[in-house]
Design a protein around this ligand. Structure first.
Ligand SMILES: [Zn+2]
Length: 213
C-alpha cells in the first residue's frame, strides 16, 4: 500500500443529509454533496493510513501449499494470491482451468502478490494432488458433505507438518477423486441460508486459522 495517499473528510452541510466521505487530495475538489447537492464542508482532520506490524515468516516445519482446482474467476485467483502472500503460503498449485499469472489481468486483484508467491500450473489436478502426497503433504480439502468435520475443531501438532489446502471450483466444488484421496475434509460452519462462502473468503479463513491455531 502506498503511504503517500492522503484523504480529507468532507461532510454535507444539509442537516437532513450529512453525507460524509473521504476525498483523496489528488482528486478533483468537490464542493457540492453527491447525494443532495447542498454545500460540503471540510472536516479538517486528515486520514491516517495505519500500517500493520510485520511478523517474521513462519518456520518451515509448518508448511502450507494450496491446490486450486479449476478456479474459473480471475478475480478469485488474484485474491487467493494476495491472501496467500500475507499468510505465508509457500506455493500455489494452479490446476486445470485455473488462470496463472501469465495472464496480465490477474495483476489487478493480486496487486503484485503474483510475483511474490511461488506457483506451478498442472493440467491435471488429481496428478498434482498425488504428487503433493508423494512429497509428504497431507491434502486438506475445504469442502462440505457428510464426511466433513468442522475446521475450528482441529487439533494439530505443529511439528513437520506439510499441508496442502485444496480449494475447488466455484460451482462444481472439488474433483471427487481428489476428495477421495484427501486426508481431511474440513468445512467452515455456516449460519443463515447460504450453503457456502465465496471461495476466497473460505480460503482466507482456513489459511489464517491453520497459521495461528
Ligand atoms: Zn447532502
Amino acid at each position: 500500500m502506498k503511504k503517500n495517499l492522503s484523504f480529507q473528510t468532507k461532510e454535507c452541510t444539509n442537516k437532513n443529509c450529512r453525507f460524509r466521505f473521504p476525498l483523496m487530495e489528488s482528486e478533483a475538489v468537490i464542493n457540492t454533496c453527491p447525494k443532495c447537492e447542498s454545500p460540503l464542508k471540510d472536516i479538517g482532520i486528515p486520514y491516517d493510513r495505519h500500517s500493520v506490524q510485520k511478523e517474521d515468516p513462519s518456520p518451515d516445519s509448518f508448511e502450507i501449499h494450496v491446490l486450486l482446482d479449476n478456479i474459473r474467476s480471475l478475480y478469485n485467483v488474484g485474491s487467493v494470491f494476495r491472501t496467500a502472500e500475507s499468510v505465508g503460503v509457500k506455493k500455489l498449485h494452479l490446476c486445470g482451468m485455473t488462470t496463472t499469472p501469465d495472464n496480465p489481468r490477474l495483476a489487478k486483484t493480486a496487486i503484485g502478490a503474483e510475483d511474490l508467491v511461488a506457483w506451478e500450473h498442472h493440467n491435471n489436478g488429481l496428478d498434482a494432488a498425488k504428487m503433493l502426497q508423494e512429497q509428504g503433504f497431507s491434502l486438506w480439502a475445504i469442502e462440505g458433505g457428510e464426511e466433513a468435520t468442522p475446521l475450528f475443531g482441529l487439533n494439530i501438532p505443529r511439528d513437520n507438518q506439510r499441508i496442502a489446502l485444496v480449494i475447488g471450483n466455484e460451482l462444481a466444488g472439488i474433483d471427487p477423486e481428489i476428495m477421495g484421496i484427501s486426508e481431511r475434509i474440513l468445512y467452515i460452519p455456516m449460519q443463515g441460508c447460504k450453503e457456502s462462502l465465496n471461495l476466497t473468503v473460505a480460503f482466507g479463513i482456513a489459511a489464517y486459522y491453520l497459521r495461528y491455531i
